[in-house]
Design a protein around this ligand. Structure first.
Ligand SMILES: [Zn+2]
Length: 493
Protein backbone atom coordinates (compact mmCIF):
# COMPACT_ATOMS: atom_id res chain seq x y z
CA UNK A 1 0.00 0.00 0.00
CA UNK A 2 1.32 3.44 -0.84
CA UNK A 3 2.07 5.70 2.11
CA UNK A 4 -0.15 8.79 2.14
CA UNK A 5 2.62 11.23 1.25
CA UNK A 6 3.35 9.38 -1.94
CA UNK A 7 0.00 10.37 -3.34
CA UNK A 8 0.89 14.04 -2.78
CA UNK A 9 4.14 13.75 -4.61
CA UNK A 10 4.18 15.00 -8.16
CA UNK A 11 6.14 11.96 -9.30
CA UNK A 12 4.74 9.45 -6.90
CA UNK A 13 1.86 8.20 -8.97
CA UNK A 14 4.05 6.40 -11.44
CA UNK A 15 7.13 5.89 -9.43
CA UNK A 16 7.26 2.10 -9.48
CA UNK A 17 6.83 1.88 -13.23
CA UNK A 18 9.28 4.62 -13.85
CA UNK A 19 11.84 2.91 -11.67
CA UNK A 20 11.47 -0.25 -13.66
CA UNK A 21 11.90 1.61 -16.91
CA UNK A 22 14.99 3.31 -15.56
CA UNK A 23 16.50 0.01 -14.54
CA UNK A 24 15.84 -1.36 -17.99
CA UNK A 25 17.47 1.68 -19.57
CA UNK A 26 20.44 1.31 -17.32
CA UNK A 27 20.83 -2.35 -18.15
CA UNK A 28 20.78 -1.50 -21.85
CA UNK A 29 23.39 1.19 -21.29
CA UNK A 30 25.60 -1.19 -19.37
CA UNK A 31 25.29 -3.73 -22.15
CA UNK A 32 26.26 -1.18 -24.81
CA UNK A 33 29.08 0.01 -22.62
CA UNK A 34 30.42 -3.53 -22.16
CA UNK A 35 30.15 -4.20 -25.86
CA UNK A 36 32.18 -1.07 -26.55
CA UNK A 37 35.07 -2.69 -24.66
CA UNK A 38 35.11 -0.29 -21.72
CA UNK A 39 33.91 -2.98 -19.37
CA UNK A 40 36.28 -5.72 -20.45
CA UNK A 41 38.83 -4.95 -17.78
CA UNK A 42 37.87 -7.72 -15.37
CA UNK A 43 39.60 -10.30 -13.20
CA UNK A 44 42.02 -9.87 -10.35
CA UNK A 45 44.24 -6.93 -10.91
CA UNK A 46 45.32 -3.67 -9.50
CA UNK A 47 44.22 -0.69 -11.53
CA UNK A 48 46.26 2.44 -11.17
CA UNK A 49 46.64 5.74 -12.91
CA UNK A 50 50.34 5.68 -13.63
CA UNK A 51 50.38 9.35 -14.53
CA UNK A 52 49.81 10.27 -10.91
CA UNK A 53 52.50 10.60 -8.32
CA UNK A 54 52.75 7.59 -6.04
CA UNK A 55 51.72 9.93 -3.20
CA UNK A 56 48.54 9.97 -1.20
CA UNK A 57 46.54 11.38 -4.09
CA UNK A 58 46.69 8.06 -5.89
CA UNK A 59 43.71 5.82 -5.44
CA UNK A 60 44.21 2.11 -5.71
CA UNK A 61 41.19 0.03 -6.57
CA UNK A 62 41.37 -3.70 -6.31
CA UNK A 63 38.99 -5.68 -8.48
CA UNK A 64 38.66 -9.13 -7.06
CA UNK A 65 36.89 -12.15 -8.39
CA UNK A 66 34.24 -12.26 -5.72
CA UNK A 67 32.93 -8.79 -6.58
CA UNK A 68 30.53 -7.83 -9.28
CA UNK A 69 33.09 -6.84 -11.86
CA UNK A 70 30.70 -4.73 -13.90
CA UNK A 71 29.62 -2.44 -11.08
CA UNK A 72 33.15 -2.23 -9.78
CA UNK A 73 34.49 -1.32 -13.18
CA UNK A 74 31.87 1.41 -13.41
CA UNK A 75 32.92 2.57 -10.00
CA UNK A 76 36.53 2.51 -11.07
CA UNK A 77 35.71 4.65 -14.09
CA UNK A 78 34.00 7.15 -11.83
CA UNK A 79 36.90 7.23 -9.43
CA UNK A 80 39.42 7.81 -12.16
CA UNK A 81 37.22 10.60 -13.44
CA UNK A 82 37.14 12.08 -9.98
CA UNK A 83 40.90 11.89 -9.74
CA UNK A 84 41.04 13.84 -12.96
CA UNK A 85 38.64 16.37 -11.51
CA UNK A 86 40.82 17.19 -8.60
CA UNK A 87 44.10 17.03 -10.39
CA UNK A 88 42.96 18.75 -13.53
CA UNK A 89 46.48 19.59 -14.57
CA UNK A 90 47.03 15.87 -15.11
CA UNK A 91 43.97 15.30 -17.21
CA UNK A 92 44.24 16.43 -20.81
CA UNK A 93 40.57 16.09 -21.64
CA UNK A 94 37.23 15.62 -19.99
CA UNK A 95 36.48 12.51 -22.00
CA UNK A 96 37.05 10.25 -19.00
CA UNK A 97 34.34 11.97 -16.99
CA UNK A 98 31.20 9.98 -16.49
CA UNK A 99 28.27 11.20 -18.48
CA UNK A 100 24.95 11.94 -16.90
CA UNK A 101 23.73 8.62 -18.21
CA UNK A 102 26.24 6.78 -16.06
CA UNK A 103 24.43 7.92 -12.95
CA UNK A 104 22.01 5.83 -11.06
CA UNK A 105 18.35 5.45 -12.04
CA UNK A 106 16.57 7.99 -9.82
CA UNK A 107 18.32 10.77 -11.72
CA UNK A 108 16.33 9.94 -14.80
CA UNK A 109 13.28 10.66 -12.72
CA UNK A 110 14.56 14.06 -11.76
CA UNK A 111 15.69 14.85 -15.29
CA UNK A 112 12.16 14.27 -16.43
CA UNK A 113 11.11 17.39 -14.54
CA UNK A 114 10.78 20.72 -16.34
CA UNK A 115 13.94 22.78 -16.33
CA UNK A 116 14.03 25.70 -13.94
CA UNK A 117 15.46 29.08 -14.68
CA UNK A 118 18.38 29.39 -12.34
CA UNK A 119 20.92 32.10 -12.82
CA UNK A 120 24.50 31.11 -12.31
CA UNK A 121 26.71 33.16 -10.05
CA UNK A 122 30.24 32.33 -9.15
CA UNK A 123 30.73 33.03 -5.44
CA UNK A 124 34.42 33.63 -5.74
CA UNK A 125 37.12 33.41 -8.33
CA UNK A 126 39.94 31.31 -6.98
CA UNK A 127 43.30 33.01 -6.97
CA UNK A 128 46.63 31.21 -7.06
CA UNK A 129 47.07 29.81 -3.58
CA UNK A 130 49.12 32.08 -1.40
CA UNK A 131 49.51 29.62 1.46
CA UNK A 132 50.22 26.64 -0.78
CA UNK A 133 47.95 24.25 1.12
CA UNK A 134 48.53 21.56 -1.44
CA UNK A 135 50.61 20.87 -4.48
CA UNK A 136 47.42 19.97 -6.31
CA UNK A 137 45.02 22.38 -7.90
CA UNK A 138 41.31 21.78 -7.78
CA UNK A 139 38.39 22.82 -9.84
CA UNK A 140 36.25 25.37 -8.01
CA UNK A 141 32.86 23.94 -7.08
CA UNK A 142 31.06 25.79 -9.84
CA UNK A 143 33.20 24.18 -12.51
CA UNK A 144 33.20 20.81 -10.89
CA UNK A 145 31.34 17.91 -12.40
CA UNK A 146 30.85 16.38 -8.96
CA UNK A 147 28.24 19.06 -8.29
CA UNK A 148 26.56 18.73 -11.66
CA UNK A 149 24.42 15.93 -10.28
CA UNK A 150 23.47 14.12 -7.10
CA UNK A 151 25.96 11.41 -6.22
CA UNK A 152 25.51 7.96 -4.69
CA UNK A 153 27.46 6.72 -1.67
CA UNK A 154 29.77 4.78 -3.99
CA UNK A 155 31.02 8.12 -5.31
CA UNK A 156 30.70 10.31 -2.23
CA UNK A 157 32.72 8.21 0.17
CA UNK A 158 35.76 7.77 -2.12
CA UNK A 159 35.48 11.49 -2.95
CA UNK A 160 35.76 12.38 0.73
CA UNK A 161 38.78 10.11 1.01
CA UNK A 162 40.29 11.74 -2.01
CA UNK A 163 39.85 15.24 -0.61
CA UNK A 164 41.59 14.23 2.60
CA UNK A 165 44.46 12.81 0.53
CA UNK A 166 44.80 15.91 -1.64
CA UNK A 167 44.61 18.53 1.09
CA UNK A 168 46.64 16.99 3.85
CA UNK A 169 47.51 20.36 5.37
CA UNK A 170 44.00 21.13 6.58
CA UNK A 171 41.68 18.16 5.92
CA UNK A 172 41.27 14.87 7.74
CA UNK A 173 38.85 12.07 6.98
CA UNK A 174 37.26 10.87 10.18
CA UNK A 175 34.66 8.27 11.01
CA UNK A 176 31.66 9.26 13.10
CA UNK A 177 30.56 5.68 13.62
CA UNK A 178 28.87 2.77 11.90
CA UNK A 179 25.32 2.54 10.59
CA UNK A 180 22.88 -0.24 11.42
CA UNK A 181 23.77 -2.10 8.22
CA UNK A 182 27.47 -1.70 8.88
CA UNK A 183 28.35 1.25 6.66
CA UNK A 184 30.77 3.83 7.93
CA UNK A 185 29.55 7.38 8.56
CA UNK A 186 32.48 9.39 7.25
CA UNK A 187 33.15 13.07 7.86
CA UNK A 188 35.73 15.65 6.90
CA UNK A 189 37.42 17.65 9.59
CA UNK A 190 38.67 20.90 8.11
CA UNK A 191 40.93 23.18 10.11
CA UNK A 192 44.41 24.38 10.93
CA UNK A 193 45.30 25.62 14.33
CA UNK A 194 47.48 28.68 14.52
CA UNK A 195 44.75 30.33 16.59
CA UNK A 196 42.58 27.42 17.56
CA UNK A 197 45.32 25.20 18.87
CA UNK A 198 44.27 22.84 21.62
CA UNK A 199 47.72 21.24 21.81
CA UNK A 200 49.42 24.57 22.47
CA UNK A 201 47.02 25.69 25.14
CA UNK A 202 44.56 24.35 27.60
CA UNK A 203 41.71 25.88 25.59
CA UNK A 204 39.57 23.35 23.79
CA UNK A 205 39.43 23.45 20.00
CA UNK A 206 36.35 25.27 18.82
CA UNK A 207 34.40 23.04 16.50
CA UNK A 208 31.46 23.64 14.16
CA UNK A 209 29.45 20.57 13.16
CA UNK A 210 27.57 20.53 9.83
CA UNK A 211 25.39 17.51 9.07
CA UNK A 212 23.26 16.39 6.14
CA UNK A 213 21.35 13.36 4.99
CA UNK A 214 19.68 12.50 8.29
CA UNK A 215 16.57 11.94 6.23
CA UNK A 216 17.43 9.74 3.29
CA UNK A 217 15.34 11.38 0.58
CA UNK A 218 16.64 14.89 1.27
CA UNK A 219 19.43 14.55 -1.27
CA UNK A 220 19.97 18.28 -1.53
CA UNK A 221 21.19 18.30 2.08
CA UNK A 222 23.88 15.75 1.17
CA UNK A 223 25.11 17.62 -1.88
CA UNK A 224 25.03 20.94 -0.02
CA UNK A 225 27.15 19.65 2.87
CA UNK A 226 29.62 18.37 0.29
CA UNK A 227 29.59 21.73 -1.45
CA UNK A 228 30.25 23.57 1.80
CA UNK A 229 33.12 21.27 2.70
CA UNK A 230 34.63 21.54 -0.74
CA UNK A 231 34.33 25.33 -0.84
CA UNK A 232 35.98 25.74 2.53
CA UNK A 233 38.72 23.25 1.67
CA UNK A 234 39.58 24.74 -1.71
CA UNK A 235 39.11 28.34 -0.54
CA UNK A 236 41.72 27.95 2.16
CA UNK A 237 44.76 29.95 1.17
CA UNK A 238 42.85 31.60 -1.66
CA UNK A 239 40.47 34.01 -0.01
CA UNK A 240 41.13 35.75 3.23
CA UNK A 241 37.63 35.21 4.61
CA UNK A 242 37.81 31.43 4.15
CA UNK A 243 41.38 31.14 5.37
CA UNK A 244 40.48 33.02 8.51
CA UNK A 245 37.62 30.67 9.28
CA UNK A 246 39.64 27.52 8.57
CA UNK A 247 42.22 28.84 11.03
CA UNK A 248 39.63 29.86 13.60
CA UNK A 249 37.62 26.65 13.84
CA UNK A 250 37.59 22.97 13.21
CA UNK A 251 34.75 22.34 10.78
CA UNK A 252 33.32 18.84 10.78
CA UNK A 253 31.17 18.00 7.75
CA UNK A 254 29.02 14.87 7.88
CA UNK A 255 27.25 14.64 4.50
CA UNK A 256 25.60 11.24 4.90
CA UNK A 257 24.48 10.73 8.47
CA UNK A 258 22.04 8.05 7.34
CA UNK A 259 24.03 6.04 4.78
CA UNK A 260 21.73 2.99 4.86
CA UNK A 261 18.67 5.10 4.15
CA UNK A 262 20.51 7.11 1.52
CA UNK A 263 21.60 3.95 -0.29
CA UNK A 264 18.04 2.65 -0.07
CA UNK A 265 16.72 5.91 -1.53
CA UNK A 266 19.01 5.38 -4.54
CA UNK A 267 18.42 1.68 -5.01
CA UNK A 268 14.83 1.03 -3.98
CA UNK A 269 12.67 3.91 -2.86
CA UNK A 270 13.56 7.49 -3.79
CA UNK A 271 11.28 8.85 -1.08
CA UNK A 272 12.60 6.81 1.84
CA UNK A 273 13.10 8.92 4.95
CA UNK A 274 14.16 6.82 7.97
CA UNK A 275 17.14 4.57 8.60
CA UNK A 276 16.97 0.84 7.80
CA UNK A 277 16.77 -0.61 11.27
CA UNK A 278 14.12 -3.20 12.21
CA UNK A 279 11.37 -2.09 14.57
CA UNK A 280 9.10 -3.97 16.96
CA UNK A 281 6.60 -4.14 14.11
CA UNK A 282 7.73 -7.07 11.96
CA UNK A 283 6.80 -5.49 8.65
CA UNK A 284 7.89 -1.90 9.30
CA UNK A 285 11.48 -0.83 8.96
CA UNK A 286 13.27 2.27 10.05
CA UNK A 287 13.57 4.86 12.80
CA UNK A 288 13.42 8.60 12.15
CA UNK A 289 16.92 9.78 13.08
CA UNK A 290 15.64 13.24 13.91
CA UNK A 291 13.21 11.94 16.54
CA UNK A 292 15.66 9.56 18.16
CA UNK A 293 17.84 11.84 20.33
CA UNK A 294 17.58 11.88 24.07
CA UNK A 295 16.38 15.40 24.80
CA UNK A 296 12.61 15.30 25.23
CA UNK A 297 12.47 12.07 23.31
CA UNK A 298 8.79 11.49 22.73
CA UNK A 299 7.91 8.10 24.13
CA UNK A 300 4.31 8.44 23.03
CA UNK A 301 5.44 7.45 19.55
CA UNK A 302 7.53 4.54 20.71
CA UNK A 303 4.96 1.78 20.48
CA UNK A 304 5.04 -0.89 17.83
CA UNK A 305 1.79 0.42 16.38
CA UNK A 306 3.57 3.62 15.34
CA UNK A 307 6.64 1.86 13.96
CA UNK A 308 5.22 2.21 10.47
CA UNK A 309 5.07 5.98 10.83
CA UNK A 310 7.45 8.16 8.84
CA UNK A 311 8.51 9.85 12.06
CA UNK A 312 8.80 6.77 14.29
CA UNK A 313 11.03 7.70 17.22
CA UNK A 314 12.16 4.16 18.02
CA UNK A 315 11.42 1.95 21.04
CA UNK A 316 13.69 4.05 23.29
CA UNK A 317 15.77 7.22 23.12
CA UNK A 318 18.89 6.71 21.02
CA UNK A 319 17.64 3.40 19.66
CA UNK A 320 18.53 4.64 16.16
CA UNK A 321 22.07 3.48 15.52
CA UNK A 322 23.19 6.53 13.53
CA UNK A 323 21.75 9.13 15.94
CA UNK A 324 23.44 7.32 18.80
CA UNK A 325 26.71 7.25 16.84
CA UNK A 326 26.64 11.00 16.24
CA UNK A 327 25.81 11.75 19.87
CA UNK A 328 28.54 9.43 21.14
CA UNK A 329 31.06 10.91 18.75
CA UNK A 330 30.17 14.43 19.91
CA UNK A 331 30.41 13.43 23.58
CA UNK A 332 33.77 11.81 23.00
CA UNK A 333 35.05 14.91 21.20
CA UNK A 334 34.07 17.22 24.01
CA UNK A 335 34.86 14.97 26.97
CA UNK A 336 38.02 13.19 25.81
CA UNK A 337 39.47 15.11 22.90
CA UNK A 338 39.57 18.65 24.18
CA UNK A 339 37.09 20.01 21.68
CA UNK A 340 34.11 22.21 22.29
CA UNK A 341 31.17 22.44 19.93
CA UNK A 342 30.33 26.07 19.27
CA UNK A 343 28.06 25.71 16.24
CA UNK A 344 25.72 23.13 14.76
CA UNK A 345 24.00 23.28 11.38
CA UNK A 346 21.72 20.39 10.56
CA UNK A 347 20.67 20.55 6.91
CA UNK A 348 17.34 19.16 5.78
CA UNK A 349 14.82 19.85 3.08
CA UNK A 350 12.54 21.33 2.16
CA UNK A 351 10.79 24.68 2.81
CA UNK A 352 13.59 27.29 2.99
CA UNK A 353 13.54 27.80 6.71
CA UNK A 354 16.14 28.58 9.34
CA UNK A 355 14.90 27.01 12.54
CA UNK A 356 16.27 27.56 16.01
CA UNK A 357 15.53 25.67 19.28
CA UNK A 358 13.37 24.40 20.71
CA UNK A 359 11.74 21.90 18.44
CA UNK A 360 9.97 19.87 21.08
CA UNK A 361 7.88 22.71 22.47
CA UNK A 362 7.09 26.38 21.94
CA UNK A 363 6.17 26.73 25.58
CA UNK A 364 9.75 26.99 26.72
CA UNK A 365 12.09 29.70 25.40
CA UNK A 366 15.71 28.71 24.88
CA UNK A 367 18.14 30.56 27.15
CA UNK A 368 19.96 32.35 24.35
CA UNK A 369 16.84 33.21 22.39
CA UNK A 370 17.85 36.73 21.35
CA UNK A 371 21.25 35.67 20.08
CA UNK A 372 19.77 32.67 18.31
CA UNK A 373 17.25 34.87 16.56
CA UNK A 374 19.79 37.52 15.69
CA UNK A 375 22.15 35.07 14.07
CA UNK A 376 19.28 33.29 12.29
CA UNK A 377 18.14 36.61 10.83
CA UNK A 378 21.73 37.31 9.81
CA UNK A 379 21.91 33.99 8.00
CA UNK A 380 18.67 34.69 6.15
CA UNK A 381 19.93 38.15 5.17
CA UNK A 382 23.26 36.76 3.99
CA UNK A 383 21.39 34.36 1.73
CA UNK A 384 18.98 37.01 0.49
CA UNK A 385 21.73 39.54 -0.11
CA UNK A 386 23.94 37.12 -1.96
CA UNK A 387 21.50 35.16 -4.07
CA UNK A 388 18.11 36.73 -3.56
CA UNK A 389 16.42 33.67 -2.18
CA UNK A 390 14.13 34.14 0.84
CA UNK A 391 14.52 31.89 3.86
CA UNK A 392 12.07 32.19 6.70
CA UNK A 393 13.32 32.32 10.29
CA UNK A 394 11.27 30.52 12.91
CA UNK A 395 11.45 28.60 16.12
CA UNK A 396 11.61 24.91 15.24
CA UNK A 397 8.42 24.07 17.09
CA UNK A 398 6.56 26.61 14.94
CA UNK A 399 8.32 25.44 11.82
CA UNK A 400 7.08 21.97 12.61
CA UNK A 401 3.54 23.13 13.15
CA UNK A 402 3.63 25.11 9.92
CA UNK A 403 5.11 22.10 8.19
CA UNK A 404 2.43 19.78 9.46
CA UNK A 405 -0.27 22.17 8.38
CA UNK A 406 1.31 23.42 5.18
CA UNK A 407 2.62 20.19 3.78
CA UNK A 408 6.34 20.94 3.54
CA UNK A 409 9.05 18.76 4.94
CA UNK A 410 7.11 16.79 7.49
CA UNK A 411 4.30 15.60 5.34
CA UNK A 412 2.97 13.24 7.94
CA UNK A 413 0.85 15.26 10.35
CA UNK A 414 2.22 14.91 13.84
CA UNK A 415 -0.58 15.37 16.36
CA UNK A 416 1.81 16.07 19.23
CA UNK A 417 3.18 19.10 17.37
CA UNK A 418 -0.26 20.51 16.86
CA UNK A 419 -0.87 20.14 20.57
CA UNK A 420 2.14 22.36 21.30
CA UNK A 421 4.62 19.67 22.27
CA UNK A 422 5.90 17.99 19.14
CA UNK A 423 9.20 17.39 17.43
CA UNK A 424 10.84 15.88 20.49
CA UNK A 425 14.08 13.93 20.22
CA UNK A 426 15.50 16.21 17.54
CA UNK A 427 19.21 16.64 16.85
CA UNK A 428 18.66 20.40 17.07
CA UNK A 429 17.41 20.33 20.64
CA UNK A 430 19.89 17.68 21.73
CA UNK A 431 22.92 19.61 20.51
CA UNK A 432 21.60 22.90 21.77
CA UNK A 433 20.58 21.73 25.22
CA UNK A 434 22.50 18.60 26.13
CA UNK A 435 25.69 19.36 24.19
CA UNK A 436 25.48 23.06 25.04
CA UNK A 437 26.06 24.30 21.51
CA UNK A 438 25.15 27.98 21.71
CA UNK A 439 24.30 28.35 18.06
CA UNK A 440 22.35 25.38 16.78
CA UNK A 441 20.08 25.49 13.74
CA UNK A 442 18.15 23.23 11.52
CA UNK A 443 18.13 24.63 8.00
CA UNK A 444 15.57 23.37 5.56
CA UNK A 445 16.91 23.93 2.09
CA UNK A 446 15.16 24.47 -1.23
CA UNK A 447 12.53 24.57 -2.37
CA UNK A 448 9.09 25.49 -1.05
CA UNK A 449 7.28 22.52 -2.44
CA UNK A 450 7.30 22.79 -6.21
CA UNK A 451 9.65 19.83 -6.43
CA UNK A 452 10.04 19.09 -2.75
CA UNK A 453 12.33 16.16 -2.10
CA UNK A 454 12.72 15.58 -5.83
CA UNK A 455 14.57 18.82 -6.31
CA UNK A 456 16.19 18.83 -9.78
CA UNK A 457 19.93 18.67 -9.96
CA UNK A 458 20.04 22.22 -11.34
CA UNK A 459 19.47 23.39 -7.77
CA UNK A 460 22.61 21.75 -6.41
CA UNK A 461 24.95 24.64 -7.16
CA UNK A 462 22.55 27.48 -6.29
CA UNK A 463 21.68 25.76 -3.03
CA UNK A 464 25.37 25.24 -2.31
CA UNK A 465 26.17 28.86 -3.07
CA UNK A 466 23.46 30.34 -0.89
CA UNK A 467 24.36 28.05 1.98
CA UNK A 468 28.00 28.96 1.56
CA UNK A 469 27.00 32.61 1.99
CA UNK A 470 25.22 31.56 5.16
CA UNK A 471 28.15 29.46 6.35
CA UNK A 472 30.57 32.35 5.89
CA UNK A 473 28.27 34.61 7.86
CA UNK A 474 27.86 31.95 10.53
CA UNK A 475 31.62 31.42 10.86
CA UNK A 476 32.33 35.10 10.98
CA UNK A 477 29.67 35.76 13.61
CA UNK A 478 31.05 32.98 15.79
CA UNK A 479 34.62 34.02 15.08
CA UNK A 480 33.97 37.57 16.23
CA UNK A 481 32.23 36.32 19.32
CA UNK A 482 35.10 34.01 20.17
CA UNK A 483 37.69 36.64 19.29
CA UNK A 484 39.12 34.39 16.59
CA UNK A 485 38.70 36.58 13.50
CA UNK A 486 39.71 40.15 12.79
CA UNK A 487 37.09 42.90 12.96
CA UNK A 488 38.16 44.38 9.65
CA UNK A 489 37.97 41.19 7.60
CA UNK A 490 35.21 40.86 5.05
CA UNK A 491 32.62 38.16 5.28
CA UNK A 492 31.30 36.44 2.21
CA UNK A 493 33.08 34.42 -0.26
ZN1 LIG B 1 14.59 16.21 7.22
Amino acid sequence: MSPPWLAQNPAGHAYGLRQQRQRQRQQRKRKRWRQSGAGSDTGTEQARDNDLDPGPACLTVRVTAQHDSRSLTMRLTRLLALICLYTIDLCPSASAHPTQDDHDPPQADIRSYPETDIHAHIPFTPQPPSLKPSRHHSAPPDHNIFFADYQPLSVIHPWLRLLSSLFTTHVRLINIGTSYEGRSIPALRVGVHPKNNAAASSNPRKTVLVTGGAHAREWISVSTVNYLAYSLITGYGQTRAVTELVEAFDWVFVPTLNPDGYAYSWDRDRLWRKNRQPTPHPSCIGIDLDRAYGFHWDNSSGGSESACSESYAGPAAFAATESRALAEWARNETESRNATLVGFLDLHSYSQQILYPYSYSCARAPPGLENLEELAQGLAKAIKRGRGRAYEVAQACRGNVAAAAGGDEERMPRPAAEGGGGGGGSALDYFYHDMRVRYAYQIRLRDRGTYGFLLPKEHILPSGREMFDALMYFGRYLGLEEGLVEEAGGAGG
